[in-house]
Design a protein around this ligand. Structure first.
Ligand SMILES: NC(=O)c1ccc[n+]([C@@H]2O[C@H](COP(=O)([O-])OP(=O)(O)OC[C@H]3O[C@@H](n4cnc5c(N)ncnc54)[C@H](O)[C@@H]3O)[C@@H](O)[C@H]2O)c1
Ligand SMILES: O=P(O)(O)OC[C@@H](O)[C@@H](O)[C@H](O)[C@H](O)CO
Length: 532
């Protein structure tokens, strides 16, 4: 058996026998180069980072186009650096699963350090501040999930944590945005050094969203006398601090036991999965990373590792195509209805003709007609590949439970943007939508935590779950309810849907769909069947 910490240079044979490709560079030399000239920091070292960004860096290290590795920082999890990075010398196994089930296995060693960065732990601040003070630092990338950027609650008010950061200043900042703004302030104080802050999370206009969040904190600090005007000016100047927009696509489910079992059969030892992370990560072959080419301090030649660098409009078109239309809205629909119908595999959902029909209707009839072609990825071909090859791929162990996680943070992006396109057309076109209102009603039905058999299930984690379940507590499946009274506060919430659904003429339709789906056991499947 071979394990991650074996010497991949001396014992290359062990890795080869297990079918694992090893790095071409020396990890100790890479670490020394990183310490001397840090170039790349990443926040949120979860599965996507480990399967994608870390491999991009590895390819560039292998080709000699990069000498430094990545410094990973987590603001949210003290355990990830301790349990998933340190014991494995910051290495991991990237497993790329092909549509025929065969696996490409790469030992990744491109992470130089993995740190917990939180006010509760001064060491991370000490190290990261020193890194942010270095002129060599070129880029920060991020995969911290949509909620990591959130500074406002579901009523649009600043959260208590965000208010605390703003009123108490950089030294005690605790939100991810506050903690990152604190590091940018250290960089500003070291001579207003330039840097690119690159979110690769799933928002439309994600760079703008990130910039706005950082500026909310910085402006608050200015108003409270913690920072000078020059700091806010520095953040607003794209020649000093840029927030490039990005589009990122690679279905990367949490590590699966089926993959762990195959790796063990292949002779690989480190296969223990802890919650949603493991010494290995499983991902699909298809991938796109498109980044607005705005790097005020220069950048590694990312294009040599397959990244597409282009202008903001092109990124935005590609991203709207993926996040608001041709992929993520279908995912969220499969997350919601798959959880309600008792599925645990996305590929199995695609064998259900009614679910397949729902995502086809959503994709082809409601989303595609209002999508702009970015010219770099054809929307129709992208959607065809998703529906015909990627979603039904039984070897990609994706689950509806993952896709339903944090759904409240995504609805405005995944459906609200398309709704806006229909509103822009004028007339009553928005009221002709069928799949989108059904999915929004399905989400309300899902929040009840009762599946379509009438049995209790635990919805996936979501920051608004407790509040929303409180609003819905009077609803019982199979019993008559004043649906309007219960749903009105939710469906009118622009923070959640991007629109007051009543004001745009969709509220009644969502209410009717919800009413149908709480009629009794089997009512969800029936509603899906009727629109198929
Ligand atoms: N997995 C995919 O298929 C995929 C593909 C494209 C884009 N993305 C984007 O990447 C994000 C992360 O995906 P992943 O698969 O790596 O997830 P993951 O759960 O494996 O990792 C999430 C990371 O975010 C951190 N985090 C969670 N909540 C946070 C918070 N409130 N503040 C700061 N950090 C927080 C966690 O500590 C962890 O490091 C997604 O939410 C999405 O926006 C994912
Ligand atoms: O990662 P999230 O939570 O934003 O959304 C769940 C999935 O839709 C997402 O991870 C996709 O797998 C990904 O966007 C594919 O590129």
């Amino acid at each position: 058996m071979v394990k991650l910490t074996d010497d991949y240079r001396r014992d290359a044979r062990l890795f080869k026998d297990a079918g694992i490709t090893v790095p071409q560079y020396d990890q100790a030399a890479m670490k020394a180069a990183t310490d001397a000239h840090p170039v790349w920091v990443h926040f949120g070292g979860g599965n996507l980072f480990r399967c994608f960004h870390a491999k991009v860096a590895q390819d560039l290290l292998d080709s000699g186009d990069l000498q430094s590795g990545i410094i990973v920082a987590t603001t949210h999890s003290a355990t990830i650096p301790k349990t998933i990075y340190a014991p494995y010398e910051n290495r991991m196994l990237q497993v790329v699963v092909a549509p025929d089930g065969s696996m490409e296995k790469n030992l990744i060693a491109s992470v130089a350090h993995a740190l917990y960065y939180n006010r509760a732990d001064p060491f991370g601040w000490f190290v990261l501040r020193a890194i942010f003070e270095q002129p060599s630092l070129q880029l920060v990338t991020m995969t911290i999930t949509e909620k990591g950027y959130a500074l406002r609650d579901m009523n649009g008010e600043l959260t208590a944590d965000a208010q605390y950061d703003i009123t108490h200043g950089p030294e005690v900042a605790n939100t991810a945005m506050g903690a990152i703004a604190r590091l940018l302030f250290a960089r500003y104080q070291s001579g207003a050094l330039p840097i690119a802050m690159v979110t690769t999370d799933n928002f439309s206009e994600n760079g703008q969203y990130f910039e706005n969040a950082i500026l909310t904190i910085a402006q608050g600090w200015l108003d409270n006398g913690f920072v000078p005007q020059g700091f806010v000016d520095y953040l607003k100047d794209p020649k000093q601090v840029s927030f490039p927009w990005t589009m990122f696509d690679r279905i990367t489910p949490a590590p699966a036991q089926s993959v762990a079992d195959q790796l063990a059969r292949d002779g690989f030892e480190d296969t223990t999965i802890t919650k949603t992370i493991a010494p290995f990560g499983n991902t699909e072959q298809t991938h796109y990373l498109v980044i607005e080419d705005s790097f005020p301090n220069g950048r590694p030649p990312l294009e040599k590792a397959g990244v597409i660098l282009t202008d903001r409009d092109t990124v935005n078109d590609a991203d709207q195509m993926k996040v608001t239309a041709c992929l993520n809205p279908l995912h969220t629909a499969l997350g919601i209805f798959g959880s309600l119908l008792g599925y645990t595999a996305v590929a199995d959902e695609m064998d259900n003709p009614d679910l397949a029909a729902l995502v086809k209707r959503l994709g082809y009839q409601e989303d595609l007609p209002v999508v702009k072609d970015s010219k770099i990825i054809n929307p129709k071909k992208f959607l065809d590949t998703l529906i015909e090859q990627r979603l039904p791929n039984k070897y990609i162990p994706d689950t509806p439970q993952r896709l339903a996680t944090d759904a409240s943070q995504m609805l405005s992006i995944r459906y609200g943007v398309t709704i806006q396109h229909y509103l822009d057309q004028g007339g009553d076109t928005v009221q002709k939508l069928v799949a989108i209102p059904l999915i929004l009603a399905g989400w309300c039905r899902y929040l009840l935590g009762v599946d379509d058999k009438g049995e209790i299930f635990t919805p996936s984690p979501d920051p608004l779950l407790a509040d929303l379940q409180k609003e819905l507590r009077s609803v019982q499946v199979g019993q008559t309810t004043d649906v309007h009274a219960v749903l009105q506060p939710i469906l009118s919430n622009k923070q959640i849907f991007g629109h007051d659904l009543y004001a745009i003429g969709l509220g009644d339709k969502v209410e009717a769909d919800f009413k149908q789906m709480i009629a009794g056991p089997g009512a969800v499947a029936q509603a899906l069947h009727e629109i198929a």
